[in-house]
Design a protein around this ligand. Structure first.
Ligand code: TPP
Ligand code: SF4
Ligand code: MG
Length: 510
């Protein structure tokens, strides 16, 4: 007798599946009667029949969609809630030969990820979206979804969805079909055998469009979540066939794929080698050139600098200038800005780390070596973050003398007043940097290194303000004015100068 195999496991699925861990040993990840299981079988069969297993990228976000990774034997990526179309866009554009599937639930697609979804549809990305509309948040235990029907009870709408309160359910397919870019939109159902056979055709048609690079195709599947709707298998199908279908009628809402030419988008900038170079720049353990002039031990250790002030005072650019100085002498540097929603007037701070070796984290958490403060609130906030023996430089025009522990080395610089004389308060940051140069210069650097420090500052200014000649000139003026102010005050106050012994400062920057 000749045996004919009529049904076998589709190639799109793994050979064997693992059961769901938990007390019920026979359970799979999908509940009995769940629409996800039916649809995934249709997709796996199509992948198999269309021979695209090696080109398919199956993207599953949060929701019961995510369990698909237990079943599909193709490339797969699990992504954050609502973000599948964004990741799918990256995949489709960087791998134009791939068949990208964005497999999403109604909460995922219609609520948290709606903008990601609709923008991808409107851009006409070459992908298939398979949209499982079960009118509920299944995975989290049955909360109301954007597609929950009017009057439908859920755990967050115990009296039924109220149109007055929650509005009408979202008709996703109708909205997508109204856009110009998408080529194919169909609504199918995973209920009766006839509906499932139509759903099967729709899956294949959408995949075929993606293979032919026709752009954006979407199929919505009315699906059952019997566990959360607390319905038996027959009642679940009845609910889909009557209540869901009367609100979400089945049918092909758009099909213009035959009229569209295949999409060809430039992919040059997505070359994987280039992306790797950008993501993983070659790093060296010791990056400063061996002939780097400054041999001072201050450059041997990681230096952590915190800067705080108001937005608009140039706190962030001051940090950037210091980081740029490090960069210009081939140090590893990090610059991490932090500011509130209001850029001007709100508080702003940044953290700068300079190191010969690799920098692990750009965050400075309560252990900075040098604190630069340009306003009173930042003094209060950041002074506790200054390390024992740390150095504090602050704008004494606007900030009261801080109450510091004796181990701290404190430099008050009349920065705003000096800046005003130069022409604008906005040069106060460069005045402070000049003050820093003075503190560094006379204590750590040889005369030749001092000249190099000043020159690096000038180079950094030009690097940061490349096209603004007057600003460069006035910032350089402010820098030297700040430097002079500290040196003059030292001459006037030799006691302070004695506090600046090399031993002290080497300690302070440890
Ligand atoms: C950023 C984020 N917000 C919220 C959640 C919680 N969460 C997990 S699944 C889910 C709803 C999923 O519903 P749906 O997309 O309809 O998928 P279903 O489980 O019904 O197939 C929510 C809100 C989360 N995991 N991440
Ligand atoms: S919770 Fe609902 S959607 Fe999730 S697996 Fe169970 S039946 Fe399916
Ligand atoms: Mg759902």
């Amino acid at each position: 007798m000749i045996e004919t195999v009529t049904h076998s496991r589709p190639e799109g699925f793994f050979d064997t599946f693992e059961r769901r861990p938990g007390p019920i040993k026979k359970n799979m990840h999908y509940c009995p009667g769940c629409g996800h299981g039916i649809l995934q079988k249709l997709i796996a069969e199509a992948i198999s029949d269309l021979k695209i297993k090696d080109k398919t990228i199956f993207i599953s976000p949060v929701g019961c969609s995510v369990f698909s990774y237990y079943y599909f034997d193709c490339f797969g990526i699990s992504v954050p809630h609502g973000r599948a179309p964004a990741v799918a866009t990256g995949m489709a554009r960087s791998n134009p030969d791939s068949i990208v599937i964005s497999y999403q639930g109604d909460g995922d697609l219609g609520a948290i990820g709606f903008n990601n979804f609709i923008q991808a549809a409107n851009r006409g990305e070459n992908m298939c979206v398979f949209f499982v509309n079960n009118a509920i948040y299944g995975m989290t235990g049955g909360q109301m979804a954007p597609t929950t029907l009017p009057g439908q009870k859920t755990v967050t709408s115990p009296y039924g969805r109220s149109i007055a309160n929650e509005g009408y359910p979202l008709k996703v397919s109708e909205m997508v079909a109204a856009l110009d870019s998408p080529v194919y939109v169909e609504r199918a159902a995973l209920s009766t055998t006839k509906n499932i056979m139509n759903a099967r055709k729709a899956v294949r048609k959408a995949l075929r469009n993606t293979i032919d690079r026709k752009g954006f195709s979407m199929v919505e599947f009315l699906s059952g979540c019997p566990i959360n709707l607390k319905l038996g298998a027959n009642e679940m199908n009845e609910f889909i066939n009557t209540q869901m279908m009367s609100y979400f009628p089945l049918g092909r809402l758009k099909d213009i794929a035959d009229d569209r030419d295949p999409i060809r988008r430039p992919v040059g900038i997505y070359k994987s080698k280039k992306v790797k170079e950008l993501l993983y720049p070659v790093s060296v353990e010791k990056c400063v050139a061996p002939d780097f002039k400054n041999k001072s031990e201050i450059f041997e250790k990681q230096r952590k600098i915190k800067l705080g002030g108001f937005g608009g005072q140039g706190v962030l650019s001051l940090g950037k200038m210091i980081a740029t100085m490090g960069k210009l002498r081939n140090f590893n540097v990090s610059w991490l800005p932090s500011y509130g929603p209001e850029m001007r007037g709100g508080t702003a701070n940044c953290s700068v780390i300079i190191h010969r070796k690799k920098i692990g984290s750009p965050i400075i958490d309560k252990n900075c070596n040098l604190l630069i403060v340009l306003n009173q609130p930042s003094m209060k906030k950041f002074l506790p973050e200054l390390k024992e023996n740390g150095v504090l430089i602050y704008d004494s025009t606007t900030i009261e003398k801080p109450d510091c522990t004796p181990d701290k080395k404190v430099y008050a610089v009349d920065a705003s007043n000096i800046a005003k004389k130069i022409g604008s308060l906005k040069y106060a940051n460069s005045v402070i940097l000049g003050a820093l140069a003075a503190v560094m210069g006379s204590n750590f650097l040889t005369p030749a290194d001092q000249i190099d420090f000043d020159r690096t500052f000038e180079e950094a200014i030009m690097d940061c303000f490349s096209d603004k000649e007057t600003i460069i000139k006035l910032n350089i003026e402010a820098f030297y004015a700040g430097q002079k102010a500290v040196m003059d005050s030292r001459k006037k106050n030799p006691k302070q100068a004695s506090r600046l012994s090399k031993a002290d400062l080497t300690m302070s920057l440890k």
